[in-house]
Design a protein around this ligand. Structure first.
Ligand code: S3P
Length: 450
């Protein structure tokens, strides 16, 4: 098991300085590969995230008969994908291995539900523990024939199901569930409508809309807002092959923004970060806490807003996070908890019970590990409460095999006194390959071992 050792601010008190790019957005990378596979013809994807999770999607799509080339000599970031159209996928010879990636499994399940052939999806032990009824139930309601293992993977999906249109009222705001329904909806016999209780990320909607032929687009077969998405499959027709540039991942940038806010005299610029409104809840919360941040050079990559994000060392105060804001920052709670330990006063997180079914139980794991560093943090059923500020002390902490927890603990180590060691940090490249090197470029003192 590999570890990561971080030296705290007392031994290297300087602020973090510099301009860096973060790797491509994980959610958009998964979708770019899947939607390029379903397109008619060849498209390129630039800025693909070569992380464990997205490489799992790439391997699955290849198993489904899609030819993918990459121009890079090392990790693939520029892909050339030869799409075969909505009905061109080939039956896989082996079970599809989604490794540790929930997004791969849940989105691909939607696509596979609409195929003429059967398939089996499996993954690493951590993924096999995560809930899958949230997708198998709505897909069954559409007519799919799916066998799960008491609500978990492996999933066995029979081919040749006739999928029906209809209305779905989601009880949780989940982009993975919404996307599984929409992707299956491409194969349905009538309009599919999804009502969501909160503004879950809308990348699938934006990316599908960008792939419509101009004549299909005139009929607006995909219409969406924060509450509802409606897809009319007959009007979608063929999906066009596109050349896409993937924005940097805000959920990766979040760790660098937080590190800059917490280390006095820092000034960090992150170029080309995706700032889709359904993703930037953390930036809104940090600004409310007193964080000095900016967004410059706003532009668009393939329908997704992008900006250069800056952050400076700041004095912060506690805050309350609940409701729709939770949905817009669902992956950012481990790092928010770390920031809250350094903020003056109390930070309260509510309405975030979904954190319990992420890569780890992120309420329990964050509380358990931050306490080892001396944080005053308590769990609630649907969130946590942090009292700050606290001087953290370096200690040995555990990753729970959760990439975002590992990176949050790394940032905690950067503000703790002494040395912090994160055990099992080899999961960090699940979403942010090059995380350690990027922090080193900005002046942080950390090293990894095996
Ligand atoms: C994702 C949606 C979110 C998020 C995950 C990626 C996506 O999951 O936590 O990291 O790409 O659709 P939920 O849909 O379970 O909220």
């Amino acid at each position: 098991m590999s570890w990561l050792t971080v030296r705290g601010a007392d031994e290297r008190p300087s602020g973090l300085q510099g301009t860096v790019a973060v790797p491509g957005d994980k959610s958009i990378s998964h979708r770019a590969v899947m939607l390029a596979a379903l397109a008619e013809g060849t498209g390129t994807v630039e800025g693909f995230l070569p992380s464990g999770d997205c490489l799992a999607t790439l391997a699955c799509v290849r198993q489904l008969g899609i030819r993918v080339e990459h121009a890079d000599s090392g990790a693939p970031t520029t892909l050339i994908i030869h799409g075969r159209g909505l009905r061109g996928l080939q039956p896989p010879e082996e079970p599809l291995d989604c490794r540790r990636s929930g997004t791969t499994m849940r989105l691909l399940a939607g696509i596979l539900a609409g195929q003429s052939f059967g398939s089996v999806m499996t993954g690493a032990p951590g993924l096999l523990r995560r809930p899958m009824r949230r997708i198998s139930d709505p897909l069954r309601r559409m007519g799919a024939d799916i066998v799960d293992a008491e609500g978990r993977a492996p999933l066995k999906i029979q081919g040749n199901a006739r999928l029906r249109g209809g209305e779905h009222n989601l009880s949780i705001a989940s982009a993975q569930v919404k996307s599984a329904i929409l992707l299956a909806g491409l194969y349905a016999d009538g309009p599919v409508t999804v009502h969501q209780p909160g503004p879950a990320r809308d990348h699938t909607e934006r990316m599908l809309a960008a792939q419509l032929e101009p004549r299909a687009a005139e009929q607006a077969p995909i219409v969406y807002d924060a509450a509802t998405v409606r897809l009319v499959p007959d009007a979608v027709g063929r999906l066009r092959a596109l050349d896409r540039v993937i924005p940097g991942d805000l959920s990766s940038a979040a760790f660098l923004v937080a590190a800059a806010l917490l280390r006095p005299e820092s000034h960090v610029t992150l170029v080309g970060v995706g700032v889709n409104p359904t993703r930037i809840g953390l930036l809104d919360v940090l600004a409310e806490m007193g964080g000095q941040m900016g967004m410059a050079l706003q532009r668009e990559y393939g329908g997704e807003p992008v900006a250069d994000v800056t952050a400076r060392g700041s004095a912060l105060h506690g805050t309350e996070v609940e409701g729709a804001t939770v949905v817009r920052m669902i992956d950012e709670f481990p790092i928010l908890a770390v920031v809250a330990t350094q903020a003056q006063g109390r930070t309260v997180v509510r309405d975030a019970a979904e954190l319990r079914v992420k890569e780890s139980d992120r309420i329990a794991s964050v509380v358990q590990e931050l306490r080892k560093l001396g944080a005053r943090i308590e769990s609630r059923e649907d969130g946590f409460v942090v009292e700050g500020p606290t001087q953290l002390h370096g200690a040995e902490v555990d990753s729970h095999r959760d990439h975002r927890l590992s990176m949050a603990l790394t940032v905690a180590g950067l503000v703790a006194e002494g040395e912090t060691t994160i055990l099992g940090a080899d999961c960090i490249p699940d979403s942010f390959p090059g995380f350690v090197e990027t922090l080193q470029t900005l002046g942080a003192d950390l090293r990894h071992g095996v």
